[in-house]
Design a protein around this ligand. Sequence first.
Ligand code: TXA
Ligand code: MG
Length: 342
Amino acid sequence: VTAVLPTDQPPLMHQAVDEAVRLLKEGEVVALPTETVYGLAANALDAAAVAKIFEAKERPSFDPLIVHLASKDQIDLVADVPPEISATLKKMVERFWPGPLTILLPKKPIVPDLVTAGLPTVAVRVSSNPIFRRVITGLGKPLAAPSANRFGSISPTSASAVQAELDGRIHLIVDAGACMFGLESTIIKIEPGTPKMFIDIVRPGPITPEDLKAYGKVRQATRTVVDEATAAPGQLASHYAPKTPLRLLERPEDFIPEEGKRYALMSYRGEEKDGYLNLCDWEEVMMLSPGNGKLPEAAVRFFYVLRALDKLGVDEIIAEPLHEHGMGIAMMDKLRRASRRV
Ligand code: TXA
Ligand code: MG
């Protein structure tokens, strides 16, 4: 059985943290909140513990994991920072850590090959979630943690979503409510260049090209290299897919509903002027940003809405396009992947 421990009162929070640390010390896996999505964590330096992550998620071993550090001082424990990029790296971690930015760096031998899927690089970040920070500090070891969903499925942004994905497969879920960002961290690689460094975005996320441009020339690696397994092997085209077929409609006029089929709409704001509301007799319409029509609100609700629409058992989920700036870049990337079922 999977225990779900609450954290909404101080004594309960301490109990949950202590139990998580105890299990992690025993080489078990634990689902923990981060500021992006819930992660399934294990001691990153213990290959046998890390193997349990792959097992619980049914994740193929070619898909490497992110290593979470307790603080930026721990980079040198797991990575060899090339001198050419060290000044830029230092500035970037000062600005973005703790927070939703993951950086690819050459790995040190102490990191098991299972964590990096045999790649010469390791993905590192420092989470800002206070519960996560307590656990990682209590353990005193880096934590490998992918999103706490089954492989290829929708990332969880609540403890109940983790439960829906992994119930019975893990001992503990620490429930700390909703995730602050709702989308997985931005993954980058810093490449030496003159006069500017290159900042290659391997996975778009909460830290946007706009945020990154002060540190180098930003390149959107995703679009071009996504299908080449080398860039971010987990960035498979079919990722983030709900079980229900999903179609991203770039324009409302492209939709011709089929007789007798049931459709649900993922709408940005549910506004008639966008032309999507009247296309058919929707089984359900869910809005990403009903409150203020802003991308960060949409991001927080994104996986929740996708998960809810997936449960309806409709024939197809239709998604309205989002503005492709800020966090809209990451959501459009995920919608494109979800709509391409390969
Ligand atoms: O926000 C996040 O990043 C969440 C929370 C839990 O920290 N974690 C997360 O992990 O999204 P995961 O495993 O679901 O996605 C990590 C991505 C995968 O697509 C993986 O292929 C890529 O990071 N990755 C990890 N190590 C890599 C490496 N050395 N080179 C290229 N891509 C790597
Ligand atoms: Mg994931």
